[in-house]
Design a protein around this ligand. Structure first.
Ligand code: HEC
Length: 386
């Protein structure tokens, strides 16, 4: 009986069957590589080939390790007005500061370029004064802020008042015309009938939407895991679990079974055949532990890349060992050449496509660091079924 068992190997299968298995195993390998690309696209936010451990922790727990408290949060309006003058995206997550300078629609750029250095300095100071004044106004308690807007008269605290400001926006007594500034600089586009009429900024109510200050982030002394964004939703996690389990469990059972039916030493087969399936189950278990455990979530999340790597290693071994088991010495040679060619293609694609793309992504990120990370669903080749 035991003799019969031992002689039952894939090598005994007819040629066509072994050919099918060969193509199947290569397809699984390629599919796995594609899954890695997908994982990069979905979850890597730092321009690294694969998501970093910090990316994974953020995704499953919404937390980040912080040593010191980040700068106090400010309203979206303040962020957009005080944002960079150049280099940030021209939208609600970037900066609207150019609207005070080269995008003022009133010839600032020409005036600036033709002016002497002294005048240039004054022009910049005046425009920055408008921004400073708006910031002071934004930080005023709501009731006074509204009154100052409606009256177009904002009296800044004397010690903080901007020294320079475009003369048109100052009342004779020094009070600042905040509503006029907002009308000229912003409502020019953000008004009914204008370019950005979907986001009007013509009344206090419309502006107030962007005046909300997010709650500040508390960091325990000595640093700690701090909730900085929303973790992946339970619905998405459940959907991803279900899709992954149904498709990958079948796939990894197949590759495991095929390895089990080779003539490698029994101990190797006992370990390697269920390896990928077990690592995969551990991976999914960790998703849930990371998401659900408030206290230890980040530590569970840290192990997710590890189980991923263990699964990848196991799958690679399963595929290669089984492929080479299928053939005699001649077939092994052909197989070696085919695999070598595939590896060359992979290296070529990496050098030509992936590396430059990663480089570009890092440069983009260096210019515009992501504000707060948006979690996305776990990656996978699995079809998104409901
Ligand atoms: C030359 C036109 C223009 C000017 C002037 C302008 N913006 Fe914008 N603004 C835009 C564009 C374009 C967007 C992106 C809209 C989109 O996401 O579709 C935008 C988006 C915004 C948003 C995000 C809206 C939302 O809810 O997504 C806010 C807030 C905003 N601008 C505020 C301002 C402020 C404050 C000023 C004045 C300092 C200003 N804008 C001046 C063109 C302008």
């Amino acid at each position: 009986m035991s003799h019969l068992q031992n002689s039952l190997t894939l090598r005994c299968l007819p040629g066509p069957a072994r050919l099918v298995l060969t193509v199947f195993l290569i397809a699984v390998g390629l599919g796995y590589l594609a899954a890695l690309v997908q994982l990069h696209v979905q979850d890597s936010r730092s321009g690294t080939p694969l998501p970093t451990v910090a990316d994974v922790i953020l995704k499953y727990t919404g937390k980040q390790w912080l040593d010191t408290a980040p700068p106090p949060p400010v309203s979206q309006l303040e962020k957009l007005i005080m944002g960079p003058i150049e280099g940030a995206p021209w939208n609600g997550t970037g900066s609207m500061a150019p609207a005070f300078f080269h995008k003022d629609g009133a010839g600032f750029k020409r005036e600036y370029e033709q002016a002497d250095p002294e005048t240039q300095k004054r022009l910049m100071a005046e425009r920055n004064g408008e921004r400073e004044a708006l910031r002071l106004w934004i930080r005023t308690p709501d009731e006074q802020r509204r009154a100052a807007y409606e009256a177009d008269r904002f009296v800044p605290p004397p010690q903080a008042a901007p020294t320079h400001i475009t003369p048109d926006y100052r009342h004779p007594d020094g009070a600042i015309k905040v509503k006029s500034i907002l009308n000229d600089r912003c409502a020019r586009c953000h008004a009914a009938g204008a370019e950005q009429e979907n986001y009007p900024l013509e009344t206090y109510e419309q502006i107030a939407k962007y005046l909300v200050v997010p709650p500040s982030i508390e960091v325990p002394p000595g640093g700690g895991w701090v909730a900085v964004s929303t973790p992946i939703s339970i619905e998405k996690l459940a959907q991803s679990t279900h899709a992954h389990l149904l498709s990958f469990a079948l796939l990894f059972s197949a590759t495991g079974l095929l390895l089990a039916l080779t003539d490698y030493p029994p101990l190797l087969r006992y370990i390697l055949a269920p390896w990928v399936l077990l690592a995969f189950l551990a991976d999914i278990t960790l998703w849930w532990l990371a998401r659900l455990s408030d206290l230890y979530g980040p530590y569970f999340a840290m192990m997710i890349p590890l189980t991923g790597a263990v699964a990848a290693l196991g799958l690679t071994l399963q595929i290669l060992l089984t492929l080479f088991h299928l053939y005699g010495s001649k077939g092994k040679t052909v197989l070696g050449v085919v695999l070598l060619l595939l590896a060359l293609v992979a290296v070529f694609v990496y050098a030509q496509q992936i590396r430059p793309a990663l480089q570009a992504k890092r440069e983009r990120l260096a210019n515009n660091p992501p504000e707060s990370a948006q979690p996305s669903p776990p990656a996978g080749l699995a079809p998104k079924t409901d």
